[in-house]
Ligand binder design. Sequence first.
Ligand code: 13P
Ligand code: SF4
Length: 430
Amino acid sequence: MASVPTQIALLTRAPGGADSTCDPDLPTAPWQFDAVPGQPLPAPTYGAGASRQDPVPADAPVQQQIPAQYRLLPADELDRRIRTARQTLGSRVTILGHAYQRDEIVQYADFVGDSFQLAQQSQQHPEAEFVVFCGVHFMAETADLLTTDDQPVILPNLAAGCSMADMADIDAVQACWEQLEAVYGTEPDADGRVPVIPVTYMNSAANLKGFCGEHGGIVCTSSNAREVLEWAFERGQRVLFFPDQHLGRNTAKAMGVDVADMPLWDPRKPRGGNSEESLRDARVVLWRGWCSVHQRFTVDQIAQARAKNPDVRVIVHPECPMEVVDAADEAGSTRYIQLAIDAAQPGEAFAVGTEINMVRRLADTRPDLTIECLDPVVCPCSTMYRIHPAYLAWVLESLVEGRVVNQVSVDPVVAGHARTAVERMLAVGA
Ligand code: 13P
Ligand code: SF4
């Protein structure tokens, strides 16, 4: 099966095919969104793909346009130069790739996995002088927390952020915390459990991880959200979960928490839009955030997949809305989905509700199965999609020339507490 960019190029060239993609800009190169020296900054955008309509914070990292030679190189020449640079650097560099990256990038990764696995991997290569992280900004920040002080972490395109991570910022979380303290106080109950434990999804800025570390909280990923919530409920009467409402709701619901006891915190409203009473009764306070990739999946798509094949197994990621998770046969993290496909019997059919690059790759690795994306419209994660081979060639060749470009470093003021919260999560495991 063709890679996602190739598939998009084919679709958009076919008459009427453009309707099969979510964004007319998908076939164009990601540097159209980069800053050009001497020209006004481009309008902030996550780039083509699922997050295109999401508001971008004014201070989101901007990528300066890379040298023209990289933008002009044909795919086969980029491939040759990436391989040459990779070989020259040898064990001096480790390349990590998230499972949602395009094939054109994943092929160069030393390790491909979900955000939990990549956090573990970034800790396990002290021999590498540099870590090149082909994922998104919060993952590179986490890698910086876990690598040694003299190992720069490089993100090939600094504008590869995450629209969900940007839905919670430190000022809004701090304001929420103060309002919750006004309702709950700060005293533990008779069992020694504090009023509220902050839990941040890995998909958040380092200063939010720092907030959790400083306030007795923890980080989770989609592969250990349940174990992390159990950890939090042992220590607190309730949880403040940010930024993904869906992962928080789906996980807590599966643990038996009543949905009525999970008020939604809208950071734009006083007390998050809640009464004191509903906050007092809360078990989990859910931040109003979402992933624009996983929010696309619908109950209707599940009905259509079943109408096409009544035996189809529907598996969705827990970042999908609750109705979709409830209607699916199974819900699980990136790793869960990978393991389910690995263990499938020949001939089984799957409709998978997660990022299109991963679904396409799963289909390629198991031609004996029928694997389709639940969403018939091709729509990649906008920000993962901004990591194009041209940027990888540029960062690797810069390293060969002795220059570190696009380093992601966490402010030392927040790094200590952020590391504490991440290490608590790693200790809980997955
Ligand atoms: P995981 O890597 O934890 O499955 O998260 C999915 C995701 O959306 C990454 O940004
Ligand atoms: Fe963020 Fe969703 Fe993309 Fe993951 S898939 S990086 S949560 S926008």
